[in-house]
Design a protein around this ligand. Structure first.
Ligand SMILES: C[S@@+](CC[C@H](N)C(=O)[O-])C[C@H]1O[C@@H](n2cnc3c(N)ncnc32)[C@H](O)[C@@H]1O
Length: 397
């Protein structure tokens, strides 16, 4: 029996599952990360899942009432039992989660370290504001924006900034920071792999240091759907470079225990992503089909998204214990095979023994710009440009 309490927990569709159709049209949902659970959905489950796919979620009681209204099925005790069972099944398999549940490995306790030791460089934001002509009414969505440093910087220029992120903890930190600074920021707890289910249009979309976590095909499908005429999509990629004598070289260096990196000029790290995204937009973007929007003139709807610019930056900065605390999640530490306390004690001792100069390294940044209806730029031309050197200052949580 469903509780009629006003305080019944609100449930919502977990952002970790995507809904898909088989070739013969049967609906299923699959977890988009390991271990790739799959669930077949009959009509009852499919409708319930759609009803629970709203931002604030619904109580089971509300979902059942809406199910009856939508389907016009005659309410009965037997149908109630089936609906309650369907909701319980989806809850047990974590397809439905509590509206407040966090499915991310980033919790709120990391947010302060993140905001302090991994501030988003304001020079990159200034570049995007200028390149896209961002003004107070520009509609902006920052994707996988972490605790929201970039989004909050953008919110100081525009009143229409939204932040989409998987970690509830990071979203709460971003809201608190926006409130403290008196800027407007809308937050969306959602997987960016589900962007193409959203309907709004944006003049600017950004994604910083996160595209490697996402399914880039799904992401680009979403961008194709949401990017307004003349709108820009910025992809920020970064690489840390420390020499082999750096105290954290075992984590951040070329032979990191978290995965080896090929030593090469930074522009060679940028090239494959720039090329891949350009090809994906060329293949996936069907302007005018997905962008049926009466606000836009027909000719602006026929323009494709093309790669238009890359701006490079270098930043010399300390990579120290604080940075590690804003960078490494318990999952990273698990991957090292070390016990967490021992891991952090060892790391602290390595940093304590080092001079400030020994803790320095270089953070390389690239801001790639893709624009609907822009003029495509040749990579070889861009590769000749010098990187701009920028300062590092600690952020504020
Ligand atoms: C390295 S952080 C980058 C955060 C921020 N953009 C920045 O530049 O500091 C990666 C972020 O991606 C988020 N993330 C990972 N997978 C995601 C997904 N499928 N949808 C939304 N956010 C996701 C993580 O929660 C994390 O906050």
């Amino acid at each position: 029996m469903i509780s009629h309490s006003r305080n019944a927990t609100r449930l919502r569709a977990s952002p970790n599952f995507v809904q898909a159709l088989t070739l013969d049209g049967r609906a299923y949902i699959a977890k988009e990360t390991e271990p790739y659970h799959q669930f077949w959905l009959n009509e009852r489950y499919r409708i319930l899942l759609a009803l629970f796919s709203v931002r604030r979620g619904l109580t089971p009681q509300q979902a059942i009432a809406r199910y009856y209204r939508l389907t016009q099925v005659e309410p009965s005790a037997a149908e109630n039992r089936r609906l309650v069972k369907a909701i319980a099944d989806m809850q047990a398999s974590e397809v439905l989660i509590s509206s407040h549940a966090d499915t991310s490995r980033y919790d709120e306790s990391m947010a302060n370290y993140y905001l302090t030791y991994r501030p988003f460089p304001s020079a990159l934001t200034a570049h995007m504001v200028k390149a896209a002509g961002i003004e107070s009414h520009t509609r902006i969505l920052d994707l996988a924006g972490g605790p929201g440093d970039l989004a909050v910087q953008l919110a100081q220029v525009s009143d229409a900034v939204e932040l989409m992120e998987l970690s509830q903890g990071f979203l709460a930190a971003a809201r608190a920071r926006a409130d403290a600074l008196g800027v407007k920021l809308e937050t969306i707890h959602e997987s960016c792999n589900r962007l193409h289910y959203h309907d709004a249009h944006y003049d600017v979309l950004t994604i910083a240091q996160a595209i490697h976590w996402l399914d880039d095909v799904l992401l680009c499908r979403g961008i194709c759907r949401l990017l307004a005429p003349n709108g820009s999509f910025f992809v920020i990629q970064s690489i840390i470079e420390v020499d082999d004598k750096h105290p954290l070289a075992y984590l951040l260096g070329h032979n990191s225990i978290l995965g080896a990196k090929t030593p090469q000029p930074f522009i060679e790290d940028v090239r494959p992503l720039w090329r891949r995204l350009g090809l994906l937009f060329d293949a996936l973007d069907s302007p005018g089909v997905e962008h049926v929007d009466v606000r836009y003139a027909a000719e602006s709807l026929s323009q494709k998204i093309v790669p238009v610019d890359i701006k490079l930056f270098t930043q010399v900065r300390p990579f120290d214990q604080g940075f590690a605390q804003g960078f490494l999640t318990p999952k990273h530490i698990q991957a090292t095979g070390l016990e967490p306390n021992a891991f952090w004690q060892d790391l602290a001792a390595r940093c304590a023994d080092a001079t400030p100069a020994q803790l320095l390294g270089t953070h390389h940044w690239a801001v790639m710009q893709f624009q609907r209806g822009g003029v495509a730029m040749d990579f070889l031309e861009i590769a000749k440009r010098q990187a701009q050197s920028i300062e590092f200052t600690l952020g504020t949580a």
